[in-house]
Design a protein. Sequence first.
Length: 126
Amino acid sequence: MNAWVNVVETFEAAHHLPNYEGPCHNVHGHSYKVEVGVYGEVGADGMVLDMSRLKKRLRELLAYPYFDHALLNVAVPNPTAENIAYYVLSDILRWLDKGVGRSDLLAKVKVWETADAYVEMSYDDL
């Protein structure tokens, strides 16, 4: 049996889009929501992956000073929702492989820039 394990974190940050002509070219802020999902086989322990470990990793990744209450352009040079999703997904896949030792797990990420608009990216989009 396989299952998705999903966790959600939020953070507040500012950014500007240097390659965009319009209002988002100027510095402004968002209340971001990030969901990470990991897919794989349910093990003998009844879990794909301990949710608390995944939640801890996502919380560490999005913490101050790089994401939470930060200017995102420092961590991600062109911080569109797509590029933030790529950054988060790449980190989670590295962590699953090296930190958890589970290269067999698949991952996806959703980054909400507003309450009604998000970008979704999965392992096969990289």
